[in-house]
Write a protein that binds this ligand. Structure first.
Ligand SMILES: *Cc1c(COP(=O)(O)O)cnc(C)c1O
Length: 464
């Protein structure tokens, strides 16, 4: 063993103590750290021939890289849909690295059982019935990939083909149909060999991002009984609109299709009685995607896929023929997910669910929506901004009240905001209008932050 490794092993207490201090300082300093920043281009780093040891590595990192990390886990990073990490989730995640379990099978550790228990608690949180199973994957993109892989398997079964064995050859095109689909659906369809051109985009209801279900029925009718894949949105990224999943489900009586619901963050509507109706019918989908690193506020990277067709999952992701016998009844995670070796990803989720419970998540969801509404009120009462859509849940979609506002105007404005650092917002295009999104999904954001955000928005407006 090299000297540095031996010494680090002996000094582990002191090394972890230094990491604890750095962690606590980062966590406590979150509110004053810039929400986002433009980092400098780093000097080319070098691989040392003789190692530095963990303490010097930490010191070097703190000097060279740490000052340029963003406050993306903080309360005023409203770009994309970015969660943050609750204190309990951080505790759990930290231990994941220490325990370093490979959550593949149940025969060597209790870690896989903890994942199953965590999935059960999440089914409770999202009001999903018992016939769903689920697993952790790295993000909603991978959860969509898994859901659509099962959908693909189901469709080709209708043609008497097992795609995992025979591949996609000599099969008719597999149609995927949905409204304002997230870009990750396109990516998943590409990875699955179905081709992005197989996606049929349906029109939305007037002034909405929710699919016009009558056009879905028309599509299905014209599809002449061919099995296909329908993807429903439970929370679009621009305006958090929801497809009427209950209405879509009813079409299953007449037409053969697999229903996949992308509820990456909208699924959390289930946490509050005020919003649960938005996801009505989701509990009858064939597969569901929900992100954990968004509204559950666990560290990256983490999401769940749920399905009520576990047997198809085994067909697609089966890893070892020798396991076939057992795996049909009680498949291990290695036969259910794209990964073989897997991180103990359930642990931070377990920690935060235990620590804050249903009430904790109800409060976070309701407060985030309330904060979105507070910002909406300010924007509505100002002459400098204009909402481009009503605020339905936790995302505010607005633009600058400039005649003929362009994407260059928006980019310039967002750059000014980023340089200021108090808040981070991202741009979008909403029904042809260059716009700005403010997405609330951090457990810590409160009225005080809205005040700071408003001051920053007004300041940047003055600088334009
Ligand atoms: C964020 C998001 C995704 C992709 O999630 P990742 O976790 O980044 O992979 C997919 N669908 C929707 C609706 C999302 O909001």
């Amino acid at each position: 063993m090299v000297k540095q490794m031996k010494e680090d092993f002996q000094d582990i207490q002191s090394i972890l103590q230094q990491v604890l201090e750095e962690s606590a300082a980062f966590f406590e300093g979150m509110k004053s750290r810039p929400a986002a920043l433009q980092p400098p281009q780093p000097q080319r780093d070098v691989l040392p021939s003789e190692g530095l040891g963990a303490t010097v590595a930490l010191e070097t990192f703190k000097e060279v890289y740490a000052p340029y990390l963003s406050g993306s886990a903080g309360p005023r990073y409203l770009g994309f849909v970015t969660g943050g990490s609750t204190p309990a989730a951080i505790a759990g995640d930290w231990l994941v690295s220490v325990y370093d379990q490979n959550v593949v099978v149940t025969e060597d550790s209790i870690a896989a059982y903890l994942e199953m228990e965590t999935i059960n608690m999440l089914k409770d949180l999202f009001h999903l019935p018992n016939d769903y199973s689920g697993s952790f994957v790295s993000g909603a993109t991978m959860a969509n990939f898994v859901g659509l892989a099962l959908a693909r398997q189901w469709v080709v079964h209708q043609h008497g083909v097992n795609i995992s064995q025979q591949g996609l050859y000599d099969l008719p095109r597999i149609n995927v149909v949905g409204g304002a689909l997230h870009s990750s659906i396109y990516k998943a369809v590409s990875m699955l060999g179905m081709g992005k051109e197989s996606i049929h985009t349906l029109p939305s209801l007037p002034g909405r991002e929710a699919t016009d279900v009558s056009t879905l029925e028309e599509f299905l009718r014209n599809n002449q009984g061919e099995p296909c894949i329908v993807v429903a949105n439970a929370g679009t990224v621009n305006t958090v609109d929801f497809d009427d999943i209950g209405e879509i489900i009813k079409l299953k009586d007449k037409y053969p299709f697999w229903l996949h619901v992308d509820a990456a963050f909208g699924g959390f509507a289930a946490c509050s009685p005020k919003y649960i109706d938005l996801i009505k019918g989701m509990d009858q989908a064939d597969s569901i995607t929900i992100d954990a690193h968004k509204w559950l506020n666990v560290p990256y990277d983490s999401a769940m896929q749920f399905t009520r067709h576990k047997h198809l999952q085994v067909e697609v992701f089966q890893n070892n023929a020798a396991y076939i016998g057992d795996s049909i009844q009680n498949p291990e995670f290695i036969h259910l997910t794209p990964e073989n070796s897997r991180r103990f990803r359930a642990l931070p989720a377990w920690f935060t669910l235990k620590a804050y419970g249903k009430e904790g998540y109800k409060e976070v969801v309701e407060r985030n929506v309330e904060m979105a509404q507070l910002l909406t009120e300010r924007l509505t009462n100002s002459t400098f901004f204009r909402l481009v859509a009503p605020t339905r849940l936790n995302v505010v979609c607005f633009t600058l009240a400039i005649e003929g506002v362009t994407m260059d105007d928006i980019k310039k404005y967002l750059d000014l905001l980023k340089q200021d650092g108090r808040v981070f917002l991202t741009s979008t295009m909403y029904q042809g209008t260059p716009a700005i999104r403010a997405a609330f999904s951090n457990w810590g954001t409160d009225e005080n932050d809205i005040e700071i955000i408003w001051n920053a928005l007004s300041y940047a407006n003055g600088e334009m």
